[in-house]
Design a protein around this ligand. Structure first.
Ligand code: PGA
Length: 249
């Protein structure tokens, strides 16, 4: 696993945006699986700015969903769906045919999971999976204790995720389940990038990098990825002591 530390959130976002722009410039039909959330927001704003300024063509890319809050409609500002349309798809004029997100209102969520897996398979896999990290060490909605062998699945959300997740919503909302790609999907992505910013992530980042690789801390599996990259700002990296382990999960 490759670990890069940048000065601050702006610098981190600049480099993360360049990673996406470079991939799409090199591979115009790239399959991208991106996280929503506060951390990658500036990254996407910079991607939009750079794409427009430099004429980077996203019209052949495919976007597959990482996760979604079950039961939350796409019109809700806190949904991942809303986030992507608002911050990325509309500004980049991505057509609906390029977009495959989870329908979190579907009466058949197992079918939604199969749908996503089939799309990923048909597209020959994910070229770039870019995730954040939860305060409990989750990636996507892979909560502590998740099996590392899973693909798309539905989960009961952890208490921390239910509480922290309120920050995305204009009104309090009941968050009980999520639908998400699994850790196996993450491991099979051709490139995996984890972004973290701010001192509030320092402790979970230290555990992710330095403690045992374990399902108790799902993000730690990135250390088993053959092309895994952690991109941190100095604040998120501030608790690292320089000790690391690398056991298999
Ligand atoms: P955040 O979320 O970027 O809003 O901190 C990260 C996550 O929960 O994956």
């Amino acid at each position: 696993m490759n670990l890069s530390i940048y000065k601050d959130y702006n610098d981190l976002s600049e480099h993360a945006a360049e990673t996406i722009i470079a991939l799409v410039s090199r591979t115009p039909d790239a399959v991208l699986c991106l996280a929503s959330g506060d951390t990658p927001l500036l990254t996407y704003q910079l991607v939009v700015r750079k794409a427009i300024k430099n004429g980077i063509d996203f019209s052949q890319c495919t976007f597959v969903g990482l996760d979604e809050w079950v039961g939350v409609p796409p019109t809700n500002e806190g949904s991942c769906h809303y986030f992507f349309y608002h911050h990325l798809f509309q500004p980049l004029r991505i057509s609906n045919g390029q977009i495959h997100l989870f329908d979190a209102l579907s009466p058949d969520l197992a079918q939604e999971c199969r749908k996503m897996e089939k799309i990923i398979y048909a597209k020959n896999g994910i070229d770039l999976m870019l995730v954040g990290i939860g305060m409990n060490g989750h990636i996507g909605f892979n909560e502590p204790g998740v099996s590392p062998n899973r693909y798309a699945h539905v989960v009961e959300l952890d208490e921390i995720t239910r509480a922290v997740g309120q920050k995305y919503f204009p009104q309090p909302v009941v968050l009980s389940r999520g639908i998400t790609l699994g850790l196996q999907s993450f491991l099979e992505a051709k490139c995996a990038v984890l972004l973290a910013s701010g001192v509030k992530k320092a402790s979970v980042i230290r555990q992710t990098v330095e403690d045992e690789i374990s399902p108790a801390l799902p993000a730690s599996i990135i250390r088993n990825h053959s092309n895994g990259h952690m991109m941190l700002d100095e604040a998120a990296a501030s608790a690292l002591t320089g000790k690391g382990t690398s056991q298999a999960i």
